[in-house]
Design a protein around this ligand. Structure first.
Ligand SMILES: Cc1cc2nc3c(=O)[nH]c(=O)nc-3n(C[C@H](O)[C@H](O)[C@H](O)COP(=O)(O)O)c2cc1C
Length: 195
């Protein structure tokens, strides 16, 4: 179990290879069995397998970021996304086999934390069965964007929900087909034992 956590790394290049149903099922199950504040279980997993929906999401994210102008109060990562979109980047999700979008109720004060628990469970589970994942944040940065909300509702997101995170999933496009697994050194994440 610890090894699955220690060796989980982000995958940003995927093979065009179908994920067998039994593999997808255990990953979704890992997400659904994540804890949630007050056990509200309000995460909504939109499992996008359609290439045309993935392409449309790529177009819309690029289009909507490209309309924005960077401001001083924006996180650097959002400024980077705006710059990337203006340069024409349409593959914010790295063209995975599947994109799992995690929406949650806007009334849930723990929506972000619950989403993070679900996505991390899915990332560790996927690593355990040799699939690659990457957290994808652009749909969360655009969670209040009307164009994206309308499109996401057309593919199943409900009224009163917003996107809090997403995860690309697929077979890693590496020489041996395995995910990159070299752990990154921990230079942060300080620990203080209090006695
Ligand atoms: C909240 C969060 C948001 C992230 N957003 C993105 C993203 O939008 N695109 C991306 O390529 N990676 C994203 N990542 C992946 C991080 O860049 C990555 O986890 C980090 O660089 C450490 O590398 P590792 O996952 O290989 O250990 C995100 C990770 C987290 C936890």
């Amino acid at each position: 179990m610890l090894n699955d956590i220690l060796t989980r790394r982000s995958t940003r290049k995927f093979k065009n290879k179908v994920i067998p149903a039994h593999m997808l099922e255990v990953i979704i199950e890992a997400g659904r069995y994540a804890p949630s504040g007050c056990n509200v279980q309000q995460a909504h997993f939109l499992v996008v397998q359609s290439k045309s929906v993935l392409a449309k999401l790529g177009e819309l994210v690029q289009q909507e970021f490209a309309k924005m102008e960077p401001t001083d109060d924006m996180p650097q990562t959002v400024k980077n996304n705006i710059a990337g979109a203006k340069a024409g980047n349409k593959s914010f999700h790295y063209n995975p086999q599947i994109l799992i979008i995690v929406a949650n109720s806007v009334d849930n004060p723990n929506a972000m934390a619950d989403t993070a628990c679900a996505i991390d469970n899915m990332m560790v589970m996927a690593n355990h069965i040799n699939l690659g994942t990457c957290w994808i944040n652009q749909l969360r940065w655009l969670q209040d964007n009307e164009v994206l909300i309308e499109y996401l509702q057309s593919i199943g997101m409900k009224e009163g929900e917003k996107v809090y995170g997403a995860m690309s999933l697929g077979f890693p496009d590496t020489a041996n087909g395995m995910p990159e697994r070299t752990p990154l050194a921990r230079t942060g994440n300080e620990v203080t034992f209090v006695e």
